[in-house]
Design a protein around this ligand. Structure first.
Ligand code: GTR
Length: 325
């Protein structure tokens, strides 16, 4: 464990001690890097409300939002240790640890949001959730994350050639590094919270994300060209620490699982509204937005499949997703 990680664990434990002082022992601690009004944060609160109602207030959730417990990559470890009980996190930071999580993050794997929702809600999604079991985690549900597009401070991107040589921040995932490298750009893995100042100081030229994150982080202030490549629909996932889960009775485990599943509908309702509001906000804030012809991007990113989908189980997963109507 690096010194940085050790400090982050100590900081998290201290934050939790403060958080639990006034709460009951049955309060599960949940982490999210997004701000308090973000759909993912609100949806986990909703899950907590359902649990509270169904246990007469015995089981609750406290959401530590805005990255109070650390960046996504570090919170994975804390969740596996049981320092954090619940984690709302993107699939991408799991890509290096859990091979199956690469598949829903792959470029252009989903034809549409509806296709993504059908796949993740069904048996394919369930089989991916099961993969978390092998890593001291319990996969509870998937949330939406819209579609990710590139934005930068230099120019509109119309073709992959426009990205050549650009320094683009990606999530801490080898697959995302490969995805950006396939376009001839230089990928810089970096924690979400560091991106604004990296854009501002010119350490990077751009990044990629959905409308709500582009807006909530105010990245549009320092990186105004948003080009709608919509290259990845990499979903969010809700996981629980296996250590924390195993401490619950079977009845409470069922309540947690059901509340997580039911919070998905709430999340989607909030998400659909937030996407529209965020797009309007960034437009009003001066973002320059262009649509792109996707085929050249699909072609350029093909090598990502050749490199990351070699295992027969992953090939099968890709084929099954593509076959879903
Ligand atoms: C957001 C996502 C976060 C995180 C972030 C990032 O869209 O909700 O979980 O993955 O992107 O780019 O780091």
């Amino acid at each position: 464990m690096t010194i940085r990680r050790l400090f982050s664990l100590i900081a998290a434990a201290a934050a939790l001690a403060i958080g639990t002082a006034s709460a009951s022992a049955q309060t599960l601690r949940s982490t999210d890097i997004h701000p308090t009004d973000y759909p993912t944060v609100e949806a986990v609160r909703h899950m907590g409300t359902l649990m509270e109602q169904r246990t007469n207030g015995r089981l609750k959730i406290q959401v530590f939002h805005s990255g109070q417990l650390g960046n996504e990559k570090d919170t994975i470890e804390q969740t596996r240790f049981g320092v954090i009980d619940i984690n709302r996190i993107n699939m991408a930071p799991f890509n290096n640890l859990i091979p199956a999580t690469n598949v829903p993050s792959l470029p252009f794997i989903f034809r549409s949001v509806a296709h993504m929702r059908t796949v993740m809600d069904g048996p394919i999604g369930d089989s991916i959730l099961k993969e978390f079991d092998k890593h001291d985690l319990v996969g509870l549900a998937f949330y939406d994350s819209g579609s990710r597009s590139f934005y930068n401070s230099k120019r509109p991107i119309n073709t992959p050639a426009d990205m050549r040589g650009m320094k683009i921040r990606v999530q801490q995932s080898d697959m995302f590094v490969a995805l950006v490298s396939a376009l001839g750009a230089n990928a810089t893995p970096m924690a979400f919270g560091e991106v604004y100042s990296a854009l501002q100081t010119g350490v990077i030229d751009g990044a990629e994300n959905n409308w709500p994150s582009f807006e909530s982080t105010k990245h549009f202030e320092v990186s105004k060209f948003y080009s709608m490549t919509e290259h990845s629909l990499s979903p969010e996932v809700l996981v629980m620490s296996k250590r924390s889960f195993d401490k619950l009775s079977a009845a409470d485990q069922a309540i947690v699982r059901a509340a997580a599943r039911e919070s998905v509908a709430k999340m989607r309702e909030l998400w659909d509204a937030r996407e529209k509001a965020s797009e309007a906000k960034v437009r009003a804030g001066g973002a320059v937005i262009n649509t792109v012809e996707k085929q050249p991007f699909i072609d350029a990113m093909k090598p990502v499949y050749d490199r990351f989908v070699t295992d027969p189980a992953l090939k099968d997963l890709v084929a099954r997703i593509q076959a879903v109507k």
